[in-house]
Every structure is written in C-alpha cells, then in structure tokens.
Design a protein around this ligand. Structure first.
Ligand SMILES: [Cu+2]
Length: 147
C-alpha cells in the first residue's frame, strides 16, 4: 500500500508540473502588419506568454482596460523592439483579463494593435493534454492501489 501512495504522489507531482510549464507564443508584427497573432490567448496562472518580435517596429505594453491605448500603472512594458526579439510575461493572476497594446506611433489607435490574455482558474478546461494526463495517471494509480 505504501508503494501505491508513493506512486500516486509522484503522478500528482508530474501532473502539477505539466500544467504549470506551458509557454504560449504571440507573434508581434507578423507579415509586417501592425498586429499581434494570435491577439487573444487563454491562460492559467504560471503560464508564460512569449512575445516574439518578427517584423516592423513595435512594443508590448499592458493596458489599463480593453478599449483604450493607455498604459497600466505598474504594468508590463517590453520597451521598443527587445534586442533578443523576445519578451516574456508570466501570468501572475488567478483569474481575469490582462490587456496589452503596442504604444509605437499610432499602432494602437489607428490599427487597433491590441490583444488580451484570458486567465481562467480552471486549469483542466484549458489544458486538454493535461486533462488526459490526469485521467491516465489516476487510472494507473488506482490500478496499483488495488493490486
Ligand atoms: Cu506596433
């Protein structure tokens, strides 16, 4: 029985790390257009949103709301075209909406260069791979508990 409990703890730990370690890429300036692709992503706390600067002159700045081009106080800000072409933001809220825009020239106002991160506390619903992993892990754990 102690072996089954030990195995169960390992599986739960693996599942937790599988959920936590997700990276989602958003392309900034794709096709030399003033756009974020995709401009909306679903995420959970701990996910990394990796902004990849692929064309033109842009930045990524956290907005104070969905319908404006105003910088949020103490929000994230990549600065103009990060030298590595990457800017990473780690989701640090449990639930809610995080909005961002490009503050370069008039990209936000005239081209609607904006985007959003929808943060949902329901990790299983937004992680289909993790969900199947949890189910398989549970079946394996239950099998060992009764053998
Ligand atoms: Cu821009």
């Amino acid at each position: 029985m102690s072996r089954a409990i030990f195995l169960f703890i390992i599986l739960v730990s693996l599942t937790a790390s599988a959920i936590a370690a997700r990276v989602q890429v958003i392309y900034v300036g794709q096709d030399n257009m003033n756009q974020f692709v995709p401009n909306t992503v679903n995420a959970v706390k701990g996910d990394t949103i990796a902004f990849n600067f692929v064309g033109g002159q842009h930045d990524v700045v956290q907005a104070s709301s969905s319908d404006n081009c105003s910088k949020m106080e103490n929000g994230f800000d990549s600065g103009p075209n990060p030298s590595s072409n990457w800017f990473n933001y780690t989701v640090n809220v449990d639930k809610g909406r995080i909005w961002f825009f490009c503050s370069t020239f008039t990209h936000c106002k005239n081209y609607n260069m904006t985007g959003g991160i929808i943060v949902n506390s329901n990790a299983i619903a937004t992680h289909p791979v993790s969900a199947s992993f949890i189910i398989i892990s549970s079946i394996v754990a239950i099998f060992f508990m009764f053998n």
